[in-house]
Design a protein around this ligand. Structure first.
Ligand code: NAI
Ligand code: MG
Length: 355
């Protein structure tokens, strides 16, 4: 609600992470001034920055601060400095530990290409106009969390899912589809994988019992990879398991023109949600003040919506971003040569458009 002070733990991380989270916090503060909600921000270490300072990618202090906060806003982690394969600690471990530590099993990635960015997509503009989809990816199960084995000549990664893990993510997706256009596509590989057969049976049952008003369709992941590019406009909510979701969401990001535009929300049954751009730390442009801040700002809008219940305030920031893009506030990833503006100017354009 607007009357109390909301505590936001900000984890800037590495590379462009600090640059884009600073932009998002500036927009949140400007929004707070205009709408009368109150936020209090504290900064904590994660990723390479945390390894440098403490030896750990997720210091206990950071996890405790995130658990105590109302929401977490994260930049990005990683970079060449911490990529030595022999390294004891890796920045990405910090992210996995954070998702697991907060029980964040649902990763939401909305994709709604903006007209001003369509030219930056490799897909033909006429296929993209009107695209408005949401991928819901299972985030704490499946092959990324299964047992691993390695010998000199063999390796294995185990993919497991429980009925309960599938039920809760399908429920989350069903509820989101109900609030949107009432159409859910569940993606699996049920013609081959046992985990996918369990996924399909469970999704069918949960949707029949709890969401009879939402239209459910099943797709195989290989076919879905094709449909997502060929007819993206037809989709509303897409729910899938961890690895398929990882791959399909990177593919879906190309619909929007730039990685620099796409936000994500990671939610669990607990109180705290984690919000972050889908892009990484972009070491190639870090420190130059040219990163696109829109993905981080859009993540802050998702934070207002999903963690603080401030729907109008979230929509206001999203509309300000759209107006700024319409007015030509394009960073180098979107603009033609010679016309790009920097991170600070793009952030100012969004703040100005809040009025
Ligand atoms: P990346 O997303 O950092 O960069 C890919 C390309 O997109 C680069 O050319 C970059 O300059 C550009 N780009 C990304 N975000 C941008 C923005 N906001 N504005 C303008 N251009 C942008 O992916 P990459 O290069 O594969 O990974 C770099 C590092 O980031 C690695 O250490 C990787 O492990 C890490 N990473 C971290 C993630 C996270 O923290 N969630 C996610 C993906 C990668
Ligand atoms: Mg990925």
């Amino acid at each position: 609600s607007a009357s109390r002070t909301h505590h936001i733990a900000v984890l800037p991380g590495d590379g462009i992470g600090p640059e884009v989270t600073a932009a998002a916090v500036a927009v949140l503060r400007a929004g707070a001034e205009r709408h009368g909600y109150r936020i209090e921000v504290s900064e904590h270490l994660v990723g390479g920055a945390a390894i440098d300072a403490t030896g750990e990618p997720l210091p206990a202090e950071t996890l405790a601060a995130c658990r105590a906060a109302d929401a977490v806003l994260l930049g990005a982690v990683g970079g060449p400095k911490w990529s030595d394969p022999g390294a004891r600690a890796r920045p990405e471990q910090g992210l996995l530990a954070l998702r697991q530590g907060l029980g964040l099993y649902a990763n939401l990635r909305p994709v709604r290409p903006h007209p001003a960015a369509l030219g930056a997509s490799p897909i033909k503009p006429h296929l993209l106009a009107g695209v408005d989809l949401l991928v819901v990816r299972e985030l704490t199960g499946g092959i990324y969390f299964g047992a691993r084995e390695r010998s000199a000549t063999h390796a294995s990664d185990l993919c497991t899912y429980s009925v309960e893990e599938i039920e809760r993510i399908v429920r989350r997706a069903g509820a989101l589809a109900r609030e949107r256009r009432g159409y859910l596509v569940s993606v699996d590989k049920a013609n081959v994988l046992e985990t996918s057969r369990l996924w399909r049976e469970t999704a069918t049952r949960v949707m029949r019992e709890e969401f009879p008003d939402v239209r459910l369709e099943h797709q195989l992941v290989d076919a879905m990879a094709m449909h997502l590019i060929a007819r993206p406009r037809e989709y509303d909510v897409i729910v899938t398991e961890n690895m398929f979701g990882d791959i399909l969401t990177d593919e879906a990001s190309m619909l929007a023109g730039s990685l620099g535009l796409l936000p994500s929300a990671s939610l669990g049954d607990g109180r705290v949600g984690l919000y972050e751009p889908i892009h990484g730390s972009a070491p190639d442009i870090a420190g130059r003040g040219v990163a696109n801040p829109f993905a981080a700002i859009a993540s802050a809008a998702l934070l207002l919506r999903h963690s603080l219940g401030l729907e109008d305030e979230a929509a206001c920031i999203e509309q300000a971003m759209a107006r700024a893009l319409d007015a030509g506030a394009l960073t180098a990833d979107l603009a033609g040569p010679g016309t790009a503006i920097d991170t600070a100017a793009a952030t100012r354009a969004v703040i100005a458009a809040l009025d």
